[in-house]
Ligand binder design. Sequence first.
Ligand SMILES: *[C@@H]1O[C@H](CO)[C@@H](O)[C@H](O)[C@H]1NC(C)=O
Ligand SMILES: *[C@@H]1O[C@H](CO)[C@@H](O)[C@H](O)[C@H]1NC(C)=O
Ligand SMILES: *[C@@H]1O[C@H](CO)[C@@H](O)[C@H](O)[C@H]1NC(C)=O
Ligand SMILES: *[C@@H]1O[C@H](CO)[C@@H](O)[C@H](O)[C@H]1NC(C)=O
Ligand SMILES: *[C@@H]1O[C@H](CO)[C@@H](O)[C@H](O)[C@H]1NC(C)=O
Ligand SMILES: *[C@@H]1O[C@H](CO)[C@@H](O)[C@H](O)[C@H]1NC(C)=O
Ligand SMILES: *[C@@H]1O[C@H](CO)[C@@H](O)[C@H](O)[C@H]1NC(C)=O
Ligand SMILES: *[C@@H]1O[C@H](CO)[C@@H](O)[C@H](O)[C@H]1NC(C)=O
Length: 435
Amino acid sequence: MHWQSFRGGLVTVALAALFALSSDAYPTSARKASSPRLLTLPIRRVERRSNLPAELRHQQDLNRARRVASRAAGLPGSSNDASRPYDFPANSANSFNADSNQSSPQFSSPAVVDGGGYTVSLKLGTPPRNFNIILDSGSSDFWVDSSQCTSFDFDRGSCGNHSFFDPSQSSSLARLNKAFSDGYGSGNVAGEVVNDTLVLAGVTLEDLTFGIAHNISASFARDSRNSGLMGLGGLGLSNLTVPAIPVIMRDRGLVDHAIVSYHLGNTTDIGEITFGGLDSTKFDPTTAVTVNTIDSGFWLITLEGVSVDGTAVAGIKLNSSNPIAVMDTGTTLLVLPTADAKTLHAQIPGTQEDNGQFTLPCNTTAIVSLRFGGRDFEISSKNLIFERVRRGSDRCISGIGTQDGESWTVGDTFLKNVYFSTNFDDNTVTLAKLV
Ligand SMILES: *[C@@H]1O[C@H](CO)[C@@H](O)[C@H](O)[C@H]1NC(C)=O
Ligand SMILES: *[C@@H]1O[C@H](CO)[C@@H](O)[C@H](O)[C@H]1NC(C)=O
Ligand SMILES: *[C@@H]1O[C@H](CO)[C@@H](O)[C@H](O)[C@H]1NC(C)=O
Ligand SMILES: *[C@@H]1O[C@H](CO)[C@@H](O)[C@H](O)[C@H]1NC(C)=O
Ligand SMILES: *[C@@H]1O[C@H](CO)[C@@H](O)[C@H](O)[C@H]1NC(C)=O
Ligand SMILES: *[C@@H]1O[C@H](CO)[C@@H](O)[C@H](O)[C@H]1NC(C)=O
Ligand SMILES: *[C@@H]1O[C@H](CO)[C@@H](O)[C@H](O)[C@H]1NC(C)=O
Ligand SMILES: *[C@@H]1O[C@H](CO)[C@@H](O)[C@H](O)[C@H]1NC(C)=O
């Protein structure tokens, strides 16, 4: 994922205005009298300023995809990504059971991990405080950095420059005396479980159960643009065993359907997330397809074909009885089995392979399409590119990477180009072309 200078001033003002409007008890962003009720709010792409070479960042983006793929395939994650439980301080006032065996920490992620994602602004606690939180369709827990945060592996334990949630400063907070931990391709978090009030898209959810992270990996600590993560996958992936926010919103009567939809924005860093349904102003309804997922927690669907410039690519491994595509907003790239990535790149003019990494001419005009639900969805040639191999080069690293196994991790390289909606009630995914 590459750092695109975020157009700070204007955007911040626009977002501030929107959030100011939406912080009342009634969502101003809800569609007027129409049904179903929709709660919509802006999201923005954030990427960390980083001096790391493009190749290394590409590699780090792949780590996330590979972790997702191995979990989707029911395999254990690589030991590199092994999560470990939160180590409760010996003198902690909370004398509850953390089932951690602290004698053998396995954590060995690279100290420098890049990352980014789409964030939303929300409020937690009483009085409410603002936090920017990453939206992740490929995991299912919601957590925020705590003010007691210590990093596993960053800058002598510093958790970086964030907004931190201070449990002692919220009058509505209840501690549940329970530990949590989560592992991601880019790092791990651990901490404790609390209940508190969330204000999101203008609606208030009291007694929401979420994690406050007392320990985070460098990948999260370095990222000063967000303070936590909201998992929007199914219950099967939740270590907190708490349903995703869209389900809770529906259960509490705030929206009619347990649906969350994403318009990530293919031309700007500003997009939109909608709870409760699909925002029909953002896509062409005649192009919408709805496909079933299997109930694994991931949004896992069947890939039906791949083409380049309208010509089907022969030799890609497809299996109609085996959904292999994990739709994951938290992954930057489109990551495929190595053999398929070779087969596909062979059809893209000007591709070169170097040590398993593919490069393309930066001015490529190739259009790669993925087929889901009987329809081809295009990746614009601009989105096919990750970034320049180095400044001034006319070669670019491909937005398509490789992994072992049979899964495809379908990240932002693809999802930016479409309207993407996930339905927790029906276990379906809807894709449509943008307008
Ligand atoms: C903790 O780890 C030690 C050393 O590996 C092992 O002997 C012990 O059984 C473990 N304890 C628990 C509770 O897993
Ligand atoms: C986890 O955080 C706690 C509290 O901030 C701290 O005492 C502990 O050393 C941290 N553990 C690691 C492995 O960083
Ligand atoms: C911390 O982040 C804020 C907001 O992004 C920024 O204005 C400030 O300069 C940062 N401070 C440091 C020490 O990096
Ligand atoms: C869930 O928690 C357990 C125990 O803390 C941990 O071993 C596991 O890695 C966690 N799962 C994820 C997905 O992080
Ligand atoms: C925490 O919230 C859950 C779900 O809203 C609720 O069932 C539970 O009673 C709450 N626990 C405490 C201690 O507030
Ligand atoms: C297709 O997937 C099913 C289910 O995983 C598997 O049993 C079958 O062997 C696969 N077929 C091929 C040709 O790979
Ligand atoms: C792409 O760039 C190459 C080298 O910079 C140039 O030779 C070629 O004409 C360009 N192609 C297009 C379609 O612009
Ligand atoms: C953005 O999406 C629209 C609608 O699909 C498309 O026409 C346009 O070419 C896309 N732009 C880029 C830069 O991908």
